[in-house]
Design a binder for this molecule. Structure first.
Ligand code: SF4
Length: 378
């Protein structure tokens, strides 16, 4: 019966071996299935041609390969970014964004060749997000649920299948806070590396700052890269922009970052959007320079992408990009810090950093919020 079949998509090699053993076959056959699922990306047991017919039929009786469904895509004529919309089992939707080689603001002559061949997929890890950062459209949707390992991995398999292109880098920077879905994100990273063939050092997990999980990454000596969505090195300002800072302030965050660095010796990336009159002042820059000296790091300066289409309120409605961007970056560089300016990929199709939102789900989230407010008021 279809309902009792086990979905193999998203299983690690070890989990596949357990399944194979359960159906009475030798564990080593898991490697063959692992390669068919992730390296070759097949979606049907009949295509697994190096498995015997009887074994393939046995697999089809006991298991499925149930992925996400591509429903729409939008292509940016400005910079070649493509945004994909996928439907999950149960009807919820998520977005992923394929970003072409970066055109970063760099001193002349410092562009590297690798930059020109880089094709990055920005992957979602949750439906919506509970953290509600002021500059982010995803936060306005509210939180629905975590993605499964299979739903995370399948975003990459689907985009490869649709575009026929080789994806070179992955960033867990789409919808959601990856550290709140830690186990599935880490299992997906292992599959992406061992199965799809994207090296761990080309996978980045970007977090708003969840100290326990940052420490866990250090203890587990994870080789994927860590990026911290920082946006201010002053608690008061950061709390305004990112409510998570109320729960884990900069002292707690930086203690975890230092711990992580001492365990892994891996450089950390700080992501920073400069907002006019908010975090582009002298006090803020001095604080950023002090913070950035604590462990070896790179600062990724991200241009602000308007989220006015979400009809923001309060601080979110007043955010404007800093007009001093280049000057601030040069200032950081004068203090011997590595600072890059990321390109505004996909802004014309609402696919840029902070702009991901599934509008249909946003109205559902608003309704849920209104109901909750009424219940609280009653
Ligand atoms: S920036 Fe990241 S953590 Fe903050 S609300 Fe958006 S998705 Fe969530």
């Amino acid at each position: 019966m279809e309902g009792t079949k086990q979905n193999l998509l998203g299983r690690t090699r070890e989990q596949l071996a357990d399944f194979i053993e359960d159906i009475g076959e030798p564990r080593y056959r898991a490697q063959q299935i692992f390669e068919w699922l992730y390296t070759k990306g097949v979606t049907d047991f009949r295509s697994m041609s190096n498995l015997g017919k009887a074994f393939r039929e046995q697999l089809a009786r006991a298991a499925t390969i149930q992925g996400i469904i591509p429903v729409d895509s939008a292509f940016s004529g400005l910079d070649g970014t493509t945004k994909f919309l996928f439907e999950l089992e149960g009807g919820l939707k998520i977005e992923s964004v394929l970003i072409p080689p970066a055109t970063e603001f760099r001193p002349e002559g410092q562009e590297d060749d690798e930059e020109q061949t880089r094709l990055t997929l920005c992957v979602s890890t949750q439906v919506g997000c509970p953290l509600d950062c002021a500059f982010c459209a995803t936060g306005t949707m509210g939180f629905f649920r975590n993605l499964t390992t299979g739903e995370i991995v399948d975003q990459i398999l689907q985009v490869k299948r649709i575009t026929g292109k080789k994806i070179t880098n992955i960033v867990f920077m789409g919808m959601g806070e990856p550290m709140l879905n830690y186990d599935n994100v880490m299992a997906a990273s292992e599959i992406i590396s061992a199965g799809i063939g994207i090296a761990l050092k080309r996978i980045t997990v970007s977090t708003a700052g969840w100290p326990d999980r940052i420490r866990q990454m250090g203890d587990e000596k994870r080789r994927i890269k860590l990026a911290i969505s920082l946006h201010s090195a002053v608690n008061e300002t950061r709390t305004k922009l990112m409510p998570v800072n109320k729960r884990f302030n900069l002292d707690a965050l930086m203690a975890a970052v230092e711990y992580y660095y001492h365990r892994t010796k891996q450089r950390v990336t700080y992501e920073f959007i400069f907002f006019d009159g908010l975090n582009d002042t002298e006090r803020e820059i001095k604080a950023l320079i002090r913070l950035a000296r604590r462990v070896p790091c790179k600062i990724n300066v991200i241009p602000y992408h308007s989220i006015t289409f979400t009809e923001p309120e309060g601080l979110a409605a007043s955010l404007r990009p800093s007009p001093r961007l280049e000057e601030l970056v040069q200032m950081l560089r004068r203090h011997h810090l590595t600072a890059m300016v990321r390109s505004s990929a996909g802004e014309d199709i609402d696919a840029a950093c902070g702009q991901l939102v599934v509008k249909a789900l946003r109205s559902t989230a608003r309704r849920r919020l209104d109901v909750r407010r009424k219940e609280t008021a009653a």
